[in-house]
Design a protein around this ligand. Structure first.
Ligand code: ADP
Ligand code: MG
Length: 330
């Protein structure tokens, strides 16, 4: 059974950055305003995510890392959200099958917090009382210690730290009121790299450069009164002063970080036609749609989505962007 669990867990958590994504999403769901990530050895040795969210109640600790255990019950009851949010109650459980997980947490009004470690879905010991500051800290150690081939291939391939910074910048761009930071510890104590992103522009600047942050164009569209394609979009796009080797698209649909290749290509086409010299833009976009209009691949690691009435929505966004870029050109 443990082999089956381990294989399933390795599907949910494919590499260090996927663990960070799940942990940060949990921190955001807990209402955090400040989230710190710290990693060693590209996340293979150590990942720590600390937040200032509402914490985890003592009575929830024993089952925290059981599969399909979620406190997000109202969402769970709603079939449509299961579809739009992907799997529920899988992430933390999965991590315990492929790493050593330690949780330190305190809920509001408590004098002390609790610390507990998990392995293979269960607590290794009773929660121990400890000093804690507001929120939750989760440490993932020795990721894939029991998946030798995976560990080897990750060790020899590129470090996940840049991917983690990129991921956090995406969250920081969307969650304007949450500050993020990321730290990497190298082999020696002096070898520390860190990034702080306390605002949206900070995040854009530190990851995509100063020039893009200076010249962003605001875009907005909504279609609230036509019942066939109810949607709201707002975002920020780069102008003719920015061009990169490839397009960056930071896309949130219904508050979830996703990808939509068709939409990205469609926007590139508009840029190529109106600003040929800046045809690899930076795009941040948040789209709100009725959940039943978003078709998410149920596999937890696939971020690609497709939309109902996709053509209509894409054309609407294309024309909005085209108008903005033409105005800019004049
Ligand atoms: P899900 O997010 O789908 O509910 P997870 O396995 O990611 O499942 O997390 C399990 C549960 O652990 C969550 O429902 C939540 O109650 C709790 N949890 C995890 N991380 C945090 C956190 N940082 N702050 C508060 N609660 C958390
Ligand atoms: Mg989660």
């Amino acid at each position: 059974e443990s082999v089956v669990n381990r294989i399933a867990a390795g599907e949910v958590i494919q590499r260090p950055v996927s663990a960070v994504k799940e942990l940060v999403e949990n921190s955001l769901d807990a209402g955090s305003t400040s989230i710190h990530v710290s990693v060693k050895d590209g996340g293979l040795k150590y990942i720590q995510v600390s937040d200032d969210g509402h914490g985890i109640r003592y009575e929830d600790l024993p089952i925290l890392c059981e599969r399909h255990t979620t406190s997000k019950l109202s969402e769970f009851e709603d079939l449509q959200s299961i579809k739009s949010m992907g799997f529920r109650g899988e992430a933390l459980a999965s991590m315990t099958y492929v790493a050593h997980v330690t949780v330190t947490t305190i809920t509001s009004g408590q004098l002390h917090g609790y610390r507990v470690s998990y392995r293979d879905g269960v607590m290794e010991h009773e929660p121990r009382a400890c000093a804690a500051v507001k929120g939750t800290q989760i440490v993932i150690e020795n990721l894939f210690y029991n998946m030798i081939a995976r560990r080897k291939s990750l060790q020899s391939s590129a470090d996940d730290y840049p991917k983690i910074v990129d991921l956090l910048s995406r969250f920081a761009i969307h969650h304007k009121n949450v500050s993020f930071s990321c730290k990497k510890h190298g082999a020696s104590t002096a070898d520390v790299h860190s990034v702080a992103m306390s605002s949206r522009l900070d995040a854009i600047r530190s990851v995509y450069g100063v020039s893009v942050a200076r010249n962003l164009i605001k875009v907005e569209a909504s279609d609230a009164n036509s019942s066939s394609s109810i949607f709201e979009m707002d975002g920020l796009i780069s102008d003719a002063n920015y061009s990169a080797k490839k397009t960056t698209m930071v896309l949130f649909i219904n508050e979830r970080l996703v990808e939509c290749t068709a939409l990205k290509r469609a926007i590139e086409i508009v840029y190529a036609a109106t600003l040929p010299k800046a045809s690899k833009p930076f795009i941040y976009m948040s789209i709100i749609l009725p959940p039943e209009h978003v078709d998410v691949n149920v596999h937890p690691t696939k971020r690609e989505v497709s939309l109902l009435n996709q053509e209509v929505i894409i054309e609407r966004i294309q024309s909005t962007i085209e108008l903005k870029l033409r105005n800019f050109n004049e």
